[in-house]
Design a binder for this molecule. Sequence first.
Ligand code: BTN
Length: 252
Amino acid sequence: MNNFRPKTTFIGKKNIYLPTCQSTNDEAALLLQQGAVAEGTVVITDHQMAGRGQRGSNWQAAPGQNLTFSIVLRPAFLTAIEQFRLNIAVSLGVWAGLMPLLGKDLKIKWPNDLYYKNQKIGGILIENVLQSSRIETAIIGIGLNVNQSDFTNPHATSLRNITQQMYDLWEVLADLLLKIEENYLLLRSGHYNRLKMRYLQNLYRYQEIHLFGQNDTVFEGMIIGVGETGKLAVQIGNELQHFDLKEINYLV
Ligand code: BTN
């Protein structure tokens, strides 16, 4: 940790390592409440006791074997309605950091899960603080399964399970931070369209026909894009429908 020096310009230049905590997102929020926090500050822990996931779920990771960290960003160049753009840049950053290790079967599952084939290897929880319709601060929480080999959930996997290798967590972290920064800087310098195109190119089940579920109904559809506010655009027969996170489930 003491000699952790990612090749970034600002993300991860300041790091706060906590052997254990409830949630790195909560720790980052606490720091922000307490006063000035440099943009790019990373809070990282070996053991999260109350890790949080999307849709009110929890995030579980075996202590010391995985990456669980949060990055503080200040994307005031984005308005509240552009929040999904940050999601695109960060997911692509994580994807690009892992791609050299995992190859083309690595995909981004909308909105921001990392999938290898049909199993989840990582997830992202972004929590924004808005001020007069701009994003004042964003806490980017990332959980990545690295060296853990046993999972109770059959849909979960790790770098180790995929490649049969063990990884240095700090090295993987440095790769991720570099790519997240690269993509964030592209977003900040006005290259959203390029990022969105890459996001779609690497989206899980993009332009493939699959079964989806909504409440008690099952339907066949094809993901054809993502709307400006981040809703998933699915072509169902002759109709184009947009879904929120809670409104659609991917089936087989
Ligand atoms: C998801 O896939 O549901 C998102 C999971 C996000 C987990 C990370 S681990 C670090 C950070 N702290 C948290 O409490 N959650 C995020």
